[in-house]
Design a protein around this ligand. Structure first.
Ligand code: GAP
Length: 444
């Protein structure tokens, strides 16, 4: 993990938030490459979960949430973790994460055994709307994106005129005042979710749970996460939410242990029923064919953007060896991102920075490729060093403009370049005019 955290900072994937002021615990900023990676992940999720389907539409709900919504959903009363204080070092700890020594609970911070009894701690961030400070002005930062989907169910149904089964998808920020944020971005206080609420008839629930589990595993494979590091936990009944008839956790083998990436849960009609009761508004569905009116059930695949980004980096991180400028073998850090996820798809290198014709040609190639993908132009340092810099951030392709490109080694090679593959380090000679089709064909 140390190597990954250090690479993330050094190369601009992820920075500690407010770092120059000592950092804000459990909050992270994504740097230039992290932002690209995160956007690629979210766009691909949206592509396969919404755009490629007839049965799913999108929503972009507000973060500030009416307290009545979260009262009805159960968050105000029960969205808590058991918390304990250490009287010795004053650390605030999650009761279920305490170490035990000789049968006694121990503070992981100072080793002290003088701990308070566990008490519930609500994980929601509360804020004030408007100038007055009375209780009626309380609002919450949403702890999950799901609730705005349930609350807007009827509006979306009316405008989209979808028939069951159909889903509403959303990507957005969620906030939880985690007692113990840890493992880099894995448990953060501000994070992003990609959630689908897939509404169905009650008798379809269990089959759709199995269907979505399969779809979601396929998604992780398609973004390049190795199947052997993915695990499915069939959550036992006593550990599931009381309203869930089945929940699977998709887990990933992080360097710090096997942990949840996504939950796929059959939530029955619990959420819609709660909002019907609390708001008094009908959130039901009328089946034109059977003439039945009923409250739909829901299957929810709920994934974390930040956890998936972390899994992508952990899974792709590798070290092998490659020759340096003098042909001596050295350790190479290479991030083997699936090209679909890579922040930069292709780097463009003029062989020498002080040869005007090489630089001009390289700029031409950059302009040619830019409309098709995210490219990066680099003319600084020996070519081997430039390759290494790109390997370390997972750029799958590199194009080098050399003297052959200029026609100096025969007319047959004019306007051709070398295309280097990050993983095999092999180079092939290709015509510049073919690059806009060739590289995207290797990305998809
Ligand atoms: N609507 C259901 C729901 O929110 P959850 O299991 O609490 O379920 C879903 O959260 C996903 O959101 C998790 O699988 C995880 O990927 C992500 N997530 C939850 N809490 C997180 C945190 N503190 N930091 C980062 N990601 C988190």
């Amino acid at each position: 993990m140390e190597k990954i955290v250090s690479l993330c900072k050094r190369r601009g994937f992820i920075f500690q938030s407010s770092e120059i002021y000592g950092g804000l615990n459990g909050v992270w900023d994504y740097g230039p490459l992290g932002t690209e990676l995160k956007n690629n992940l979210k766009q691909y999720w949206w592509q396969v979960m919404v755009r490629e389907r007839d049965d799913v539409v999108g929503l972009d709900g507000a973060i500030l949430t009416h307290p009545a919504v979260l009262k009805a959903s159960g968050h105000v009363d029960t969205f808590t973790d058991p918390m304990v204080d250490c009287r010795t070092c004053k650390a605030r700890l999650r009761a279920d994460q305490l170490a035990e020594k000789n049968g006694a609970r121990q503070c992981p911070n100072c080793g002290g055994k003088d701990l308070t009894e566990a008490r519930p701690f609500n994980l929601m961030f509360q804020t004030q709307m408007g100038a007055s400070a009375d209780p009626a002005s309380i609002a919450y930062l949403r702890p999950e994106t799901a609730q705005s989907i349930f609350v807007q169910f009827k509006n979306v149904l009316d405008v989209s005129r979808k028939k069951l089964p159909f889903g509403i998808a959303q990507i957005g920020k969620a906030f939880r005042n985690e007692i113990n944020p840890r493992n880099f971005t894995f448990r953060s206080r501000e994070f992003e979710q990609m959630e689908l609420e897939y509404f169905c008839r009650p008798e379809q629930g269990m089959d759709l749970l199995a269907y979505w589990l399969k779809e979601r595993i396929r998604f992780y494979e398609e973004i390049g996460i190795s199947r052997k590091r993915l695990h499915v936990l069939d959550v036992p009944e006593k550990e599931r939410a009381f309203y869930s008839k089945g929940t699977f956790d998709i887990e990933y083998e992080f360097p710090f242990g096997r942990q949840e990436l996504e939950g796929v849960a059959y939530r029955t009609d619990y959420d819609l029923q709660q909002h019907i009761k609390a708001s008094g508004k009908p959130l039901d569905y009328f089946d034109e064919e059977t003439k039945e009116r009923f409250v739909p059930h829901v299957v929810e695949p709920s994934a974390g953007v930040d956890r998936t980004v972390l899994a992508l980096i952990c899974d792709a991180y590798d070290e092998d060896s490659a020759p340096d400028e003098k042909g001596k073998m050295e350790t190479r850090i290479v991030i083997r991102f699936h090209p679909r996820m890579a922040p930069i798809k292709c780097a463009i290198f003029p062989l020498l920075r002080n040869k005007e014709a090489l630089v001009a040609k390289a700029r031409e190639v950059q302009a040619l490729l830019r409309p098709h993908m995210n490219v990066f132009y680099d003319e600084g340092g020996a070519i081997g060093r430039r390759y290494r810099r790109q390997d370390e951030i997972g750029t799958p392709f590199g194009v080098t403009i050399d003297f052959e490109t200029l026609g100096e080694k025969g007319e047959g090679l004019r306007d051709t370049v070398t295309l280097r593959d990050r993983d095999s380090m092999k180079q092939e000679r290709v015509a510049i005019k073919d690059l806009p089709q060739l590289i995207p064909s290797k990305i998809r």
